[in-house]
Design a protein around this ligand. Structure first.
Ligand code: F6R
Length: 241
């Protein structure tokens, strides 16, 4: 594992964007596995900046996102499709047809999982970007006795619904299920780029990277992947020896 700790978030974003830029310039038809959440926002902003400065073109790139809520349309501002358009896709030259997320409005969720997993299998990511949850989750793979290998539907926990309720008119509108790539889908990527910020995640960073490999800390399974790069800000890395 290549672990890098940065003094500032800005330096981290710059470094991560450079990894994507170099990959795409070497391989214009690169396949990117992407994530949502607060962690990648600055990285996507730098990627857009690189595009605006003509340092990179996304015209040949294909993307697959980790997850999406069941039942949200892409124009719902809580959907991950909306997030990706807002933070990256609408600012660069990637054709919409080359961007992929699970379809939140699919009629048959089980069929949608099979369809999405088949696409990932046919076209594994050159690099998969990941954030880390406070409990060690990656994508929507939460700590459990068993983890699923492929793309599947998860039932969101009560605490997640309550936390998300602030974004909706009422708790009844909060999606109760989400699509997520499984741990196996994620580990198929050629390279994994795990990015973590903030002292509130220092403990789980240490556990995930140096603790035992256990389904109770889904990110610990990344220790089994041969090419993982971890980018941390100083706060997130403070408990690593
Ligand atoms: C997002 C995702 C999640 C987040 C994680 C960290 O697509 O799959 O696993 O990466 O919850 O979220 P933030 O970055 O908001 O701290």
């Amino acid at each position: 594992m290549d672990i890098r700790i940065f003094e500032t978030s800005e330096e981290l974003d710059q470094y991560a964007a450079e990894i994507f830029r170099k990959l795409i310039n070497e391989k214009p038809n690169a396949v990117l596995g992407l994530a949502t959440g607060s962690t990648p926002v600055g990285i996507y902003a730098k990627m857009v900046e690189d595009y605006n400065h003509k340092k990179v073109s996304f015209s040949g790139v294909t993307t697959y996102n980790l997850d999406e809520y069941v039942g949200l349309t892409p124009d719902n501002d809580q959907s991950y499709a909306y997030y990706m358009n807002k933070n990256l896709f609408s600012h660069v030259d990637i054709p919409a047809i080359q961007t992929h997320l699970p379809d939140g409005m699919a009629e048959d969720p089980q069929e949608e999982c099979v369809r999405y997993e088949a696409m990932i299998n046919a076209c594994p990511a050159d690099i998969q970007l990941l954030g880390l949850g406070h409990n060690g989750h990656i994508a929507f793979n939460e700590p459990d006795e068993h983890l699923s290998a492929g793309t599947h539907v998860v039932q969101l926990k009560e605490e997640t619904l309550e936390a998300n309720a602030r974004f909706f008119a009422s708790i009844d509108e909060v999606p109760k299920q989400a699509y997520t790539m499984g741990i196996g889908s994620i580990l198929k990527a050629n390279t994994i780029l795990l990015v973590v910020r903030g002292s509130d995640k220092a403990h789980i960073v240490k556990e995930a990277l140096t603790g035992p490999i256990t389904t109770q800390v889904p990110a610990s399974l990344l220790q089994t992947h041969p090419r993982v790069t971890v980018l941390l800000d100083r706060e997130a890395g403070r408990m690593l020896g």
